[in-house]
Design a protein around this ligand. Structure first.
Ligand SMILES: [Fe+2]
Ligand SMILES: [Fe+2]
Length: 257
């Protein structure tokens, strides 16, 4: 398939396309690019292991072969991303220190990271995989477009994109084969599940942001009040040892007196 034909078939979501300048900014810095590629490699390798498990579990011989091929593709993607990240890191003077990655904005092949093979059987798995692969293919196509300043990384995304397009297509056609009557319902259910997971991800991110803001406010607004009160109380304290009366509850002479 030519690049133009591929680009026509695979498009990023309208939201991702509208955020193209932000994507360009996320991928511009070399150290961040390397960190992101390493994170993508981990997700792809994890997805490959889950698909190998799916191949073990399915009773369908054709699906077993396709899942195995898919697992090997994801493993190869992990190696491609990791190799490119190592090459970028080798050219950097200080390596890749930790820092902002923009994972919420450019998450890579999200979906493979929360693949649950055991629940729902092949129909649910194929519907979930189809939507994840479609979203991933759209994102990789966009990353490839914004990486015009790094041709080697761009080429890696080009190679991966061809496989993701195959994954997107075979999962759809196999879903239609195993569930000819229910495939649309399965896809809608998978869409609802992805929407719910997206909502949870946003809610967790928002809760973490609110928690951080509250802690900062406590640190700068509430703690100074206690610091002033503690300093005032310290000024009222008599210096040195102070004798305690025998009947006083603070007396150390007896536990019960
Ligand atoms: Fe992949
Ligand atoms: Fe994939």
């Amino acid at each position: 398939m030519t690049r133009r034909a591929l680009a026509q078939r695979v498009r990023a979501s309208p939201l991702d396309r509208s955020l193209r300048p932000l994507h360009r900014w996320v991928w511009r810095e070399e150290a961040r690019r390397a960190r992101k590629l390493l994170a993508f490699a981990a997700t792809e390798a994890d997805g490959g292991r889950d698909l190998a498990r799916a191949a073990e579990m399915t009773p369908d011989a054709l699906l077993r072969r396709l899942y195995l091929r898919h697992a090997m593709d994801e493993q190869r993607h992990a190696e491609l991303f990791a190799r490119r990240a190592r090459d970028i890191l080798a050219g950097l003077p200080g390596g890749a220190a930790s820092g902002f990655e923009g994972r919420w904005l450019a998450p890579g092949e999200r979906g493979l990271d929360d693949l649950v093979v055991e629940s729902g059987g092949d129909e649910a798995l194929l519907a979930f995989l189809h939507l994840s692969e479609k979203a991933a293919a759209g994102r990789f196509a966009l990353y490839r477009e914004v990486l015009d300043h790094d041709l080697a990384t761009r080429e890696v995304f080009g190679q991966v994109l061809r496989d993701e397009t195959f994954h997107m297509n075979y999962t759809r056609s196999q879903l239609v084969r195993v569930a000819p009557e229910r495939h649309r319902a399965r896809l809608w259910r998978a869409r609802a599940s992805r929407l719910w997971k997206s909502y949870l991800r946003i809610a967790v991110g928002l809760a973490s942001l609110i928690g951080r803001v509250m802690l900062i406010l406590q640190y700068f607004l509430v703690l100074p009040v206690f610091a002033v009160l503690a300093r005032r109380a310290a000024r009222r304290e008599k210096p040195g040892w102070v004798a305690v009366k025998a009947k006083d509850p603070d007396s150390l002479r007896s536990t019960y007196e």
